[in-house]
Design a protein around this ligand. Structure first.
Ligand code: PMP
Ligand code: GLN
Length: 383
């Protein structure tokens, strides 16, 4: 393995899911649902395969899907993207993120991440030969907020790109308009490209609003929005994602994407187009179901003795080990699959400043209630 990828070894999700399988543990680590997406969408995919939609789709993605993506964003956020030049279908959000860095950031330039950050960001920065600098979220009571000073300090004359993720993995933070406005002002002041990872855009709870960063003043022309069907329609294995942005940025993403995978997910593309157009009621139902699961797991974890941070969106809740007398989240997560049959993910793997985050453990609530209850029952035995 080349030096620039050596620090990344195996992803934490692979490691923890492997441990979960080996020890037949309840997997509250890797974020993937254990129930299927909307039946109508699954049927369109089945039909597409039966109808022979099994060859390479067009390089930018099937027109029907690009049109559905553009229409969906116009309807929900008022942002207008030309399906022919400003929308690109990718192999999951993961590919969109890597291709954006490869296609838009020169080696030696800097990318600012906000820690804790989704693990693929740092690896993608390294793939591009770029340097990462990190700003951070900070705890404010039982939630997290952006530390704006740390963001200001992370930006240098070499900064090319800033990556923002809301709703946030791993903390469940939903950035509010004030934080997003501050980010936008800094991006404009320093003339940065912003990559906004909105894969959990539909999954916001407690009346929180998801605000797409591209809607803020000065942002449309500098923002690549990344999203995905994975979380919205409970199809993490389909790997249909997309990037939307001004043509000059999407051209850069495409320049890299065409040599990573060229295209992907042929028969799933019309199915996701169908879902974006016809299944948003199902998504609203999913959001309410997940919100209840979030409260169910959070209350049970608190009852079991963890300190529980509030989650406002996405798939995850973070638990503080400190009240249980433990402090090392990585050690805890490596032990518990074998010891008590539960898998979770240490938050320190999402951060450069490991010691600042090692007391936190991430649990996913995108599982059946029985699974959540059994997971917590077993956790009680460990604390
Ligand atoms: N970004 C975030 C914040 C995620 O949590 C994930 C994982 N689901 C991804 C990107 C990757 O998305 P996809 O599965 O569509 O590649
Ligand atoms: N996004 C999911 C998570 O954070 C899983 C991603 C993966 O397995 N690479 O758990």
């Amino acid at each position: 393995t080349v030096a620039r990828l050596r620090p990344f070894a195996a992803t934490i999700f692979a490691e923890m899911t492997e441990l979960a399988v080996r020890h037949e543990a309840v997997n509250l680590g890797q974020g993937f649902p254990d129930t299927d997406g909307p039946a109508g969408m699954l049927e369109v995919a089945r039909q597409a395969i039966a109808d022979g939609v099994n060859q390479y789709p067009p390089g930018r993605g099937m027109p029907v899907l690009r049109r559905a993506i553009a229409a969906d964003r116009a309807r929900r956020y008022g942002t207008e993207y030309d399906p022919d030049t400003e929308v690109l279908v990718t192999v999951g959000a993961t590919e969109a993120i890597s291709a954006a860095m490869l296609g838009l950031v020169e080696p030696g330039q800097e990318v600012v991440l906000i820690e804790p950050y989704y693990d693929s960001y740092a690896a993608a920065v390294a793939l591009a030969g770029a340097q990462r600098r990190t700003a951070r979220l900070v705890a404010d009571g039982d939630r997290f907020v952006l530390d704006l000073d740390s963001l200001r300090a992370a930006i240098t004359p070499r900064t090319r790109m800033l990556v923002v993720n809301s709703p946030h993995n791993p903390t469940g933070t939903v950035l509010d308009r004030a934080d997003l406005t501050a980010i936008a002002e800094l991006a404009c002041e320093h003339d940065l490209i912003v990559l906004t990872d909105e894969v959990y855009e539909h999954l916001v709870y407690d009346g929180n609003e998801h605000i797409s960063l591209a809607t803020l003043p000065g942002m449309a022309e500098r923002t690549v929005v990344v999203s995905s069907a994975a979380k919205t329609f409970s199809v993490t294995g389909w790997k249909i994602g997309w990037a939307c942005g001004p043509a000059y940025l999407i051209d850069g993403v495409l320049a890299a994407k065409q040599f990573l995978t060229f295209v992907g997910g042929g028969p799933f593309q019309p199915a996701v187009a169908h879902a974006l157009t016809n299944e948003l009621d199902w998504v609203a139902w999913l959001r309410d179901v997940l919100s209840d699961k979030r409260l169910r797991l959070s209350a049970a974890l608190a009852d079991a003795g963890f300190g529980v941070q509030a989650s406002g969106g996405g798939y995850f809740v973070c638990a503080d080990l400190t009240p249980t007398g433990r402090t090392d989240g990585l050690e805890f997560c490596r032990e518990i699959p074998e010891l008590i049959g539960v898998a979770a993910v240490p938050v320190s793997v999402f951060a450069d400043d490991k010691s600042a985050w090692n007391h936190l453990v991430r649990f996913t609530f995108c599982k059946r209630d029985e699974t959540l209850d059994e997971g917590v029952r077993r956790l009680r035995a460990a604390v």
